[in-house]
Ligand binder design. Structure first.
Ligand code: SAM
Length: 247
């Protein structure tokens, strides 16, 4: 185990506060969409019926992405993380999926063990994010997907404004991916069919806290339309991207 893994493990066991946004049923429609927009972007490329497929969600954290896919119909989900506490929190909130302690860079599963493998906001925690991606490729039978930070010329400005970070509380540097780099690596892995979508994906808790004051259907339509427009025009410079690979 490397120092970085040990440091993050200690942080997760001793200092981490699980996200309060887990319960989709308690969010108003537009807040639910805002919090999960990046996951919806992946979801669009997965089969309509998720119940027949096995899923591995790596780096489950508090289980937000696990909960999302279960809510969308996935029934056979396994989770991994380096933190026992993260696995327990996710199990409590997500219908008790089987849990395995594992470093994403060395997954303890055979090749093609799961139909789909995915993660949101996990790979940037790794010392070698592309080793983690290669492992996801190896254990996925039909496909894999991830949501991550994009490296753009705006990043230094956004960090200076306090909207983004170079280093997180867990002790990891925030690795930011570029389209070209990901495409090149997927090519090396032999992945022929994939989509890379860059966008502005909001994950801002104070904004979501406002959601209880604007309930109802209209704000969702308005919010989706605004986000769609912003991403049509400025999506290339977005803070994040979503990659879905079909094997
Ligand atoms: C931001 S959280 C993940 C959030 C979650 N995927 C979601 O959508 O809410 C990052 C997680 O990565 C885990 N982690 C950090 N380094 C890891 C490693 N090398 N292998 C596996 N998990 C790791 C941390 O314990 C933490 O739970």
């Amino acid at each position: 185990m490397t120092d970085l893994v040990r440091t993050q493990q200690r942080y997760m066991e001793e200092q981490w506060e699980p996200s309060p946004w887990l319960q989709r049923s308690t969010l108003t429609p537009w807040a639910d969409y805002a919090w999960h927009a990046s996951l919806f972007a992946c979801r669009r490329h997965l089969p309509d019926d998720l119940s027949n497929h096995t899923f591995l969600i790596v780096q489950c954290g508090a289980g937000d992405d696990t909960h999302f896919y279960q809510f969308e119909g996935a029934q056979r989900v396994t989770i991994t993380d380096i933190s026992v506490r993260a696995l327990r929190v996710t199990q409590q909130h997500c219908d008790n999926p089987p849990a395995v302690i594992a470093d994403t860079q060395h997954l303890p599963f055979r090749d093609n063990a799961f139909d789909y493998v995915g993660v949101r906001s996990g790979l940037h925690h790794l010392e070698h994010p592309y080793d983690g991606l290669a492992e996801m490729h190896r254990v996925a039978n039909r496909g894999y997907f991830f949501v991550e930070n994009q490296k753009t010329p705006l990043v230094p400005l956004l960090v200076w404004m306090g909207a983004l970070e170079y280093e997180e509380d867990a002790g990891n540097q925030v690795y930011r991916f570029t389209r070209g780099e990901v495409a090149q690596f997927l090519g090396k892995l032999g992945a022929a069919h994939y989509t890379i979508e860059t966008a502005w994906f909001l994950q801002i808790p104070p904004l979501l806290a406002l959601s209880k004051y604007v309930p109802g259907r209209f704000p969702l339509v308005l919010f989706k339309s605004l986000l769609f427009l912003v991403n049509r025009v400025f999506g290339r410079l977005g803070n994040a991207f979503c990659v879905v690979v079909q094997k």
